[in-house]
Design a protein around this ligand. Structure first.
Ligand SMILES: [Zn+2]
Length: 127
């Protein structure tokens, strides 16, 4: 690469791509939703500049930011694909602040997918 990109920018780019992949998987990647991701990336860029050790946590944090923003504007996201019965509920990020974040269902107590891999988890349950 003849234009070096800092590890921080790479991590932000990766986090953005992972969360966008999950939004696309759930068919909510509309223009205004993408802007929610951009807002989170801007906020987290500032955050990780203050705390560079948090670079591994970016994907989970961006996913949670977008989840919170969607809850205010659209409702729960992403809905749990595991539980066929009961009230619809959203998956949660685990760990909330750590590397290698996953979407988990606390009701079923299962890891559903890594952040960025929701498409695979939903692939068989969505027509
Ligand atoms: Zn569930």
């Amino acid at each position: 690469m003849d234009h070096p990109v800092s590890p921080l920018e790479q991590a932000l780019h990766a986090a953005r791509a992972l969360v966008l992949a999950d939004l696309v998987a759930r068919e909510v990647a509309e223009a205004d939703v993408v802007s929610l991701v951009e807002e989170s990336v801007v906020r987290r860029r500032w955050w990780v500049e203050q705390w560079p050790d948090g670079v591994e946590f970016l994907a989970g944090l961006v996913a949670q930011d977008v989840q919170d923003a969607l809850l205010e504007r659209y409702g729960r996201w992403p809905l749990c694909p595991v539980c066929g019965t009961g009230d619809p509920h959203a998956l949660e990020i685990e760990p909330e602040l750590g590397p290698d974040p996953h979407w988990v269902c606390h009701q079923a107590g299962v890891k559903v997918a890594a952040v960025g891999s929701l498409g695979g988890a939903f692939g068989t349950s969505v027509s």
